[in-house]
Design a protein around this ligand. Structure first.
Ligand code: GDG
Length: 483
């Protein structure tokens, strides 16, 4: 019987080793959730890195780690410290991540990192080839594994391979600057179906394929090596019911059950009739536009001083990739900006920005989503942005306003949000004002339409549609071969 193989850089498990004892928990991210039903229900295997380097796994713990991984229907790709440095921090996060998000000034092109990227993609391929059988369906995820589809296809032409990119695919003018552009395109073209969040990313990819490796494309199909490769957009959704139900339960909570964070949020909300809160949540990443957001909020308080003392920005920045220099600089810049705005405007009873630099448990995330009147999500570039969708899903009273950057993939599906260009502070200040003053009836109309769409196109639906398209491409291929 054929099976499904899911491959991502990280396994959907968090494994920790402390004094030779290991503990395992399930990841809660969007990808892990989206693939959960596929992975748990059917005959499937998830292949990826455990998060522990080979140097961290000792002889005594190796067996235990292996057993836990197998118990969770996973297989592990062994990565050394050197692999993590050059493949993950080096090529994935200092080359592909900034380049694909149009941060060319942050992009480095290091031959040593490229060699490591190829070597690690080959390591992934070796583990896949140990497990794959003819007729299996394979789904490869994201920018760390762009070469993998071709490495598998070369050895196992009869497997059906899908690839999905979670970040933007840049325009030809940006992508053409990349030294290994042909190899990467050919790597992706090992897949039979290539998926992106939006039509624009799909269009950029097709243009690069035509102009850089001179292949013929017909609408969204590419002819390559006697194969027809399909390219399409599949905007990723969220686990709508999980967020909606958590927010409903939160509504019905009594005072004793409230978290400390919720109590402090309430203190501000009930401090006056017109007290309001604006929410900002992201990984601390330069693509997310955090400094711009703080500056735009500062400008808003200057332009509309009547909001001073009333409105507070609640900002959660989750630590991320903190050993990459750009992320350290961003942390310093963010700390300084928060200090500046708080120093400038604070009074005895009011601080304009509440800043948390940490990751919070899911329940606290719900506290933030449900307490804030406005979500201000202003990335400079973002493949999709699930936070925007999660905020809308938790608005069980159908109120709240989403101020969203046009540069987030999510903006293509969320027309009812107040869309802004994240570099235009004037427009952001005006939209914030509009959001804070929006009549309840209009909030309801906008939130209700977005919620209906998010409920219909959940993350499970996203995974299902990708698989259906992948299996259809296989049927079409078989028909061509049998003719
Ligand atoms: C990449 C692309 C694309 C955040 N803080 C906490 C926490 N989160 C959760 C959110 C959300 C997820 O992390 C963040 O997802 P995003 O989509 O916003 O951003 P990236 O991490 O950059 O993801 C992005 C995504 O892949 C999917 O394709 O949308 O464009 O860059 O789910 O809820 N969760 C908890 N505590 C936190 O403090 N528990």
């Amino acid at each position: 019987m054929s099976k499904t193989i899911i491959i991502s850089n990280r396994l959907p498990l968090q494994i920790k080793i402390e004094e030779d004892e290991i503990s395992v928990s399930q990841s809660v991210g969007g990808l892990a959730t989206g693939m959960k039903s596929v992975h748990e229900d059917g005959d499937s295997l998830w292949i990826g890195w455990s998060g522990l380097t080979e140097e961290e796994i000792t002889d005594t713990t190796r067996d235990k780690v292996q057993k836990e991984i197998e118990k969770n229907k996973c297989a592990m790709v062994p990565l050394s410290e050197d692999d993590v440095d050059h493949f993950y921090y080096g090529f994935s996060n200092k080359t592909l991540w900034p380049l694909f998000h149009y941060f060319m000034e942050y992009t480095t092109f290091e031959q040593e990192n490229w060699e490591s990227y190829k070597r690690v993609n080959q390591k992934f391929a070796d583990v896949v080839l140990d497990h794959v059988e003819d007729g299996d369906t394979i789904w490869v995820h994201d920018y760390q594994l762009l070469l993998l589809p071709n490495y598998i296809k070369q050895k196992k032409p009869d497997t059906n391979i899908g690839f999905f990119l979670h970040i933007p695919f840049p325009s030809y003018e940006v992508f053409r600057t990349f030294p290994w552009r042909e190899e990467v395109l050919e790597g992706m073209l090992g897949a039979d179906l290539i998926g992106f969040h939006t039509y624009d990313y799909e269009r950029h990819f097709l243009s690069c394929v035509r102009r850089l490796i001179h292949l013929e494309t017909n609408f969204n199909e590419i002819s390559y090596d006697d194969r027809i490769i399909k390219v399409d957009s599949f905007p990723m959704g969220i686990d709508y019911d999980k967020f909606y139900n958590a927010a409903l339960a939160h509504e019905n909570m009594n005072g004793d059950e409230k978290s400390d964070i919720q109590k402090r949020l309430d203190e501000h909300l009930y401090s006056s009739d017109d007290a309001k809160m604006i929410l900002s949540i992201d990984r601390l990443d330069y693509t997310k536009g955090i400094p711009n957001r703080i500056k735009a909020f500062e400008y808003f308080l200057e332009k509309y001083p009547e909001y001073q003392q009333k409105v507070r920005l609640i900002m959660l920045a989750v630590p991320s990739r903190s050993n990459v220099p750009q992320y350290q600089l961003l942390k310093r810049e963010t700390d300084e900006l928060v200090g500046r705005i708080n120093g400038k405007f604070s009074t005895v009873s009011w601080t304009p920005v509440w800043y948390f630099y940490r990751s919070l448990p899911f329940d606290n995330l719900i506290d933030l989503y449900t307490s804030c009147d406005v979500a201000m999500i202003t990335p400079i570039r973002d493949g999709m942005n699930l936070v925007a969708k999660e905020y809308v899903a938790t608005r069980v009273k159908q109120d709240g306003v989403l101020v969203l950057s046009e540069m987030a993939g999510a903006s293509k599906e969320m027309n009812e949000a107040l869309l802004i260009n994240p570099n235009n502070f004037e427009a952001i200040a005006d939209k914030l004002k509009q959001a804070l003053e929006m009549p309840k009836e209009e909030q309801k109309e906008r939130i209700t339409s977005m919620q209906a769409r998010l409920k219909r196109y959940s993350v499970e639906k996203w995974a299902e549609e990708f698989f259906t398209a992948l299996n259809t491409s296989k049927t079409v291929r078989n028909t061509i071969v049998s003719k």
